[in-house]
Design a protein around this ligand. Structure first.
Ligand code: KIV
Length: 419
């Protein structure tokens, strides 16, 4: 089992990393069951880059190269995207052929020279040096910069064999002049202790590389793993606003930004703006047709609302923050009614009238019970609608049904022509 390199020193505060890389667009597009339109995607890129994110991953579909052309026009011709923003088109060795063709066809060489292409699944056909040949092909069409994604199905820990395999792939990258490498926890099974040891060793053994973790959130710890990766030496963070990414998503950029602010961790490429990241997170729901999440950490649209009653623990602990308060049945106590009225400046004589306070209590309780009954009915209807909304995704079975339709149509046409 791998252990920390000798003398390894983690860093927990007062340091800087190079940049933040965003996966909202690429993985968001991959996760969205019905896709998204290009003009909204461009607005989202504007929102994310306007919040201080400088590295945007795009791709990976056949139509995305044409979109990237529009995005780069928006940057270079229209000034809609900050100058400092870098774009990386993501492809894998399973899909490189049509994507190379699309890049060559849609993106002018002066743009290709500026952008990155990220190559994933580099083990495929390594006996025939496919990765090296694809890197060469990309350079021949004018791609100026390459990076790699090393995909992994970690098992919670990283053993010596797995680590040696990773280093072999890193060496192949080095031979191609690639020094920016994403370490993918592709199925989101890495645990923070293993992330720490992995990051410390990779940085120790490959001082000439910049690494970042592609931390999937299948166990709910994508954000924690990403933080741990920079505590132990990785030089960039990657994630999505609202944690957008395939399945349970990736590290949540607005949460990372909040921790960075608390720990005085800065980003060399540009400062992060938590408010703007949170706005981008809410916009991502609209762009990718995701049901709005009220309670998502940092950016949920209700996350700054707190029960003013007995469950208002932060105030009790003396850590009250600028939040909006509400009351419900659980938080409703005569003592809080008195306190709320007193804080609003009510007459002290009135506050001593227990019967009055009790009447207010009963009236509010009745209102709340009535509201609950209305909301119950509304919620059941909305929840059913939301589930129904996502029900008609195109599934793999539709490929077979469509194949059959096309085959039959062709046969019918052949019969007509034959006649
Ligand atoms: C396909 C790659 C780039 C990926 O997204 C992953 O490993 O999760």
């Amino acid at each position: 089992m791998l252990s920390f390199p000798e003398g390894h020193q983690p860093r927990y505060n007062d340091f800087s990393i190079r940049a933040i890389s965003d996966e909202t667009l690429r993985e968001g597009g991959e996760r969205a069951p019905f896709g998204a339109d290009d003009s909204r995607k461009l607005r989202l890129i504007e929102a994310v880059t306007g919040a201080g994110v400088t590295d945007i991953d795009v791709g990976s579909g056949i139509t995305e190269a044409a979109f990237v052309r529009n995005v780069l026009d928006a940057k270079y011709l229209m000034g809609r995207i900050p100058e400092r923003t870098e774009f990386s088109f993501n492809l894998t060795l399973k899909t490189w052929e049509p994507l190379c063709e699309q890049l060559e066809r849609n993106i002018p060489r002066e743009y290709l020279k500026e952008m990155y292409v990220s190559i994933g699944m580099i083990e495929i056909d390594s006996e025939n040096k496919l990765f090296e040949r694809v890197a060469e092909r990309l350079r021949s069409i004018g791609v100026g910069r390459l990076r790699s994604s090393l995909l992994n199905a970690f098992s919670g820990t990283v053993d010596e064999d797995k680590y040696a395999h990773l280093n072999d792939q890193i060496e192949r990258c080095r031979q191609q002049g690639i020094s920016l490498v994403r370490i993918n926890d592709s199925v989101g099974t890495l645990l923070p202790d293993a992330t720490a040891i992995l990051a410390a060793n990779l940085v120790h053994d490959n001082a000439d590389f910049t690494f970042y973790l592609h931390g999937h959130n299948d166990r709910g710890i994508g954000t924690a793993n990403s933080l741990v990766s920079v505590f132990h030496g990785f030089q960039m963070i990657e994630g999505g606003v609202a944690g957008v990414g395939n399945r349970a998503g990736l590290a949540e950029l607005e949460s990372i930004a909040a921790v960075f602010a608390e720990r005085n961790i800065t980003v060399e490429a540009a400062a992060l703006d938590i408010e703007k990241l949170s706005a981008a997170a809410r916009l991502s729901e609209e762009v990718f047709l995701a049901a709005p999440d009220p309670y998502r950490a940092v950016s949920g649209f209700l996350v700054e609302n707190e029960n003013a009653g007995i469950v208002n623990v932060p105030d009790y602990l003396g850590v009250s923050r600028p939040v909006d308060y509400f009351l419900n049945r659980i938080g409703l106590f005569p003592v809080y009614i008195k306190q709320i009225l007193a804080e609003a400046g009510a007459d002290p004589v009135m506050l001593k009238d227990d019967e009055l306070i009790q009447q207010i209590y009963v009236r509010l309780a009745e209102q709340m019970d009535e509201l609950y009954q209305q909301k119950r009915v509304e919620y059941d209807r909305l929840a059913a609608q939301i589930k129904a909304f996502y029900a008609d995704m195109v599934r793999l079975n539709d490929v077979q049904t469509t194949a059959l339709e096309v085959i039959r149509e062709r046969a019918d046409r052949a019969t007509v022509v034959g006649v």
